[in-house]
Write a protein that binds this ligand. Structure first.
Ligand SMILES: Nc1ncnc2c1ncn2[C@@H]1O[C@H](COP(=O)(O)OP(=O)(O)O)[C@@H](O)[C@H]1O
Ligand SMILES: [Mg+2]
Length: 259
């Protein structure tokens, strides 16, 4: 795909391929086009050129409102939670809309809507439990510590049981312990899904990704296993002058001449 914003080429003939059972890392300096790539996959941004092939079918354009139906879910860079809804309501929003109201106000129809809503609430609660958030369902997101709010955002993406889960900087703002827990969760999730991970924390990326695509100025400059990417001079060059986050990446930053 190619994406142009006016004169700016955010993605320049980029191809990525993801599959269930795999964590695909997408890394690159700020402004490289990582979020734009997610936005195209989710239908928020229309590519100037290119298309998405999903389960062997070419999809001219994915509509944001059909994402969960297709089995795709994402978390946003930052939190993107609904501030006036409770934690439970936020998570429930991640599921396909309760759109059976079109059946009309028959007693049977209403009963069905209620049952579906109850089932969804149960599933949302179950995921909150899994993530260690039981008892927080009635809270307003902003009343929770940041790390827990990140988990609410993850729960919202997980509630639709997606086949593909797109995570945009899920580790930002987390402590090392919280990041380890997230890494474990990502590894667990790939048992049932394909994950696309945009992340600046290289320790996490290298630990959980099966493959990594490196973007720079909208182009793929490298692609390979974590071991290959780690030692690729082209990648290190692209990151010069930019802080790479991760305990084991100090030397890269200092070789960039940063104080
Ligand atoms: N909606 C938009 N309109 C105009 N420019 C945009 C838009 N979204 C992103 N960009 C630009 O596209 C480039 C890539 O941005 P982005 O995909 O957010 O990068 P990354 O997530 O890798 O930091 C940046 O130069 C950014 O300013
Ligand atoms: Mg981004």
């Amino acid at each position: 795909m190619t994406v142009r914003f006016g004169g700016l080429v955010a993605l320049d003939d980029v191809t990525v391929q993801a599959q269930v059972g795999e964590v695909l890392g997408i890394i690159g300096p700020n402004g490289a086009g990582k979020t734009t790539l997610f936005n195209v996959i989710c239908g928020f941004v229309r590519p100037t050129r290119g298309s998405i092939v999903y389960e062997d079918k070419e999809i001219p354009r994915i509509r944001p409102n059909s994402l969960t139906k297709r089995g795709i879910a994402r978390t946003l860079q930052g939190l993107g939670l609904f501030p006036k809804m409770t934690v439970l309501e936020n998570v429930m929003c991640g599921a396909e809309a309760l759109a059976k109201v079109g059946m009309g106000p028959s007693v049977l129809g209403m009963a069905r809507v209620r049952r579906e809503e109850r089932d969804l609430a149960e599933r949302a609660e179950q995921i909150l439990n899994e993530l260690g958030l039981s008892g927080f369902g009635d809270r307003i997101p902003s009343s929770l510590p940041y790390a827990l709010q990140k988990k609410v955002a993850l729960a919202r993406a997980m509630v639709s049981k997606p086949k593909f889960l797109l995570l945009d900087e899920p580790a930002s703002g987390l402590s090392n312990d919280e990041m380890d827990e997230l890494g474990q969760r990502i590894t667990d999730l790939k048992g049932s899904a394909g994950l696309l991970l945009v992340e600046h924390h290289m320790d996490l990326v290298m630990a959980v990704c099966d493959r990594i695509v490196v973007l720079d100025f909208g182009r793929v400059i490298a692609e390979g296993t974590p071991a290959e990417i780690k030692s690729d001079p082209v990648v290190l060059e692209a990151y010069l002058g930019e802080e790479i986050e991760g305990e084991n990446y100090g030397p890269v930053v200092s070789s960039a001449g940063e104080s």
